[in-house]
Design a protein around this ligand. Structure first.
Ligand code: HEC
Ligand code: HEC
Length: 284
């Protein structure tokens, strides 16, 4: 027993000594505001067996400067949108004269939302992402107009709901009634699209860590969404990002808000089960 334990430790130490230098520049740790530790690398969930051993946040692959912007809310440009959403949360909208805050006891009371969505909605008998849920509250409970899928206000709400869940592990259910949708998303993930005949997996599973043009390829995880992209100085939703990636394969893209992208969002989210919610994050 004792000998086994010592041997185990020795093996672990050797393994560390060998692998650490190789990953030296990818070994930074993310702690936000000096107080919220973020899991940016962890063992892959069981459903990824044979595909990936370890899952990693996109943060790991960014430059030192971009990484640093996410370590402090004062340096994170996305936090401005969180502040805007906080104001909107308390502002009455629609014919009922109600604000989100009238029914929800502050955004913190919704901290369990970002880690678990997309998820099955029993009443509506379909998989829901956060946008769909917020639109139900707007239209059915507030008498307000539905927000466009990628409207600024909608993305601001996404940023707010992510910010109150930072540090919590992503925990998206893949069994039960959501399973057929998950299977559909999985199939899409491995389908080769476009003239380039590339699947999501071609880049984000088989080639993460490599460079493509001037970009360091990540695993294409969505735990950091919504992300603030320095390149276009605005927030991007997960499905907005998928659209860009599909377009890069020179394929006709699906629309954000489509059934296809919802299935893909559910599946990709589940590939990050165990990573911390990290959004709103900063990417190039
Ligand atoms: C009149 C009351 C009311 C207002 C106003 C309201 N909601 Fe809701 N909201 C609810 C109820 C009730 C539920 C839970 C029932 C359900 O799942 O449909 C809910 C559910 C949610 C959920 C999902 C919670 C979960 O645990 O899955 C989110 C996210 C949410 N609301 C966001 C908002 C936002 C953002 C606003 C303002 C734009 C808002 N709501 C305004 C009543 C309200
Ligand atoms: C030709 C290669 C390529 C393909 C195919 C591709 N992507 Fe990407 N993707 C990229 C590059 C490059 C980036 C930017 C660097 C990074 O984060 O990996 C990116 C970024 C992402 C991100 C942002 C990750 C983050 O943390 O900011 C997500 C999510 C993503 N891709 C999902 C997908 C999905 C889903 C598919 C399949 C529909 C897909 N990608 C197909 C190249 C690709």
């Amino acid at each position: 027993m004792k000998i086994n334990k010592m041997l185990g430790t020795a093996v672990a130490l050797t393994a560390l000594a060998i692998t650490m230098p190789a990953f030296a520049d990818e070994n930074a740790e993310l702690v936000i505001n000096g107080e919220i530790p973020i899991v940016t690398k962890t063992a892959a969930p069981a459903h990824l067996e044979g595909a990936l051993d370890e899952i990693m946040s996109g943060w790991v692959f960014r430059s030192d400067e971009t990484q640093a912007m996410e370590m402090d809310d004062f340096d994170n440009p996305a936090m401005l949108f969180v502040e805007e959403a906080m104001v909107a949360f308390e502002t009455p909208m629609g014919s009922e004269g109600k604000s989100c805050a009238d029914c929800h006891d502050g955004p913190e009371s919704l901290a369990n939302v970002r880690p678990t969505y997309p998820k099955w909605n029993d009443a509506k008998e379909q998989v829901y992402n956060i946008q769909m849920q917020v639109n139900d509250c707007l239209t059915e409970r507030m008498g307000a107009e539905k927000e466009k899928y990628d409207s600024q206000l909608m993305k601001n709400y996404l940023a707010l709901l992510a910010s109150v869940a930072r540090g919590t592990p992503v925990n998206v259910a893949i069994d039960g009634p959501a399973q057929p949708m998950w299977e559909k998303g999985k199939e899409m993930y491995y389908t080769r699209y476009g003239q380039l005949e590339l699947s999501c997996a071609s880049c984000h599973e088989q080639n993460y860590g490599n460079w493509i043009r001037a970009d360091h390829l990540s695993q294409g995880q969505v735990n950091g969404f919504p992300v603030y992209r320095l390149k276009d100085t605005k927030l991007t939703s997960a499905q907005g990002r998928f659209k860009g990636c599909v377009r890069d394969t020179r394929a006709e893209t699906f629309k954000p808000g489509s059934e296809e992208f919802l299935a893909l969002e559910l599946y990709v989210a589940s590939r990050g089960n165990g990573l911390s919610v990290e959004g709103p994050s900063v990417r190039n």
